[in-house]
Design a protein around this ligand. Structure first.
Ligand SMILES: [Fe+2]
Length: 192
């Protein structure tokens, strides 16, 4: 299987479409940044950091555009402490300073979380947008209670706003984006 620039362009187009439909102002802003990217002309090799979210999460138009690219996408995965072989959540940066395609002023990626897992409260300088592709999870933002975020939901975290994610019986697949101060140095997990 060879990396397809056509598939890549199609995935980014889907990302832009998803962002554009977000009620958060950051959605259309990110969509515009995606639309302004130059054509990606690099053919990238397969990666040993590839990961495939469970098939039911990919049974949608977005997932279908993502699937042929999965062998090429380097995920960052976190594992269960009681079972170091078992992934609990992970993300991949599609576009950004550390992305497959380079961009200086935003990050765009995909997030996955397994059922019955917690992503602990954390914060960062960047403003953040989430658009849920498939599955369902609950997000907590600031002092709010946990809220169910099903497929189609889209929501915003302001700079330094603490947020966390927990899944129930379903996993989740989401699109995420950062803008503003997008350095990782400001990322911190809130002490529990
Ligand atoms: Fe975040």
């Amino acid at each position: 299987m060879i990396f397809s620039k056509v598939n890549w362009a199609g995935l980014l187009q889907n990302c832009a479409t998803v962002c554009k439909s977000s009620p958060a102002p950051m959605g259309p802003e990110i969509a515009q940044k995606i639309d302004r990217l130059p054509a990606f002309e690099t053919v990238i090799p397969k990666t040993e950091q590839s990961f495939s979210p469970p098939q039911p999460l990919l049974d949608n138009a977005f997932g279908q555009s993502l699937q042929p690219l999965l062998p090429f996408l380097p995920w960052t995965l976190r594992y269960r402490t009681d079972d170091p072989e078992q992934e609990k959540y992970g993300w991949v940066e599609l576009v950004g300073p550390d992305g497959v395609q380079s961009a200086k002023d935003f990050r765009l990626g995909i997030f996955w979380q397994a059922p019955w897992e917690n992503y602990p409260p954390h914060q960062h300088n960047a403003e953040e947008l989430y658009c849920i592709i498939s599955g369902e999870a609950e997000w907590q933002r600031g002092q709010e209670h946990f809220r169910p975020r099903p497929a189609g939901a889209s929501f915003f975290h302001s700079s330094r706003q603490i947020h966390s994610t927990r899944t129930g019986s379903e996993p989740i697949l989401a699109l995420w984006a950062w803008q503003g101060q997008i350095d990782w140095e400001s990322y911190s997990v809130k002490p529990l």
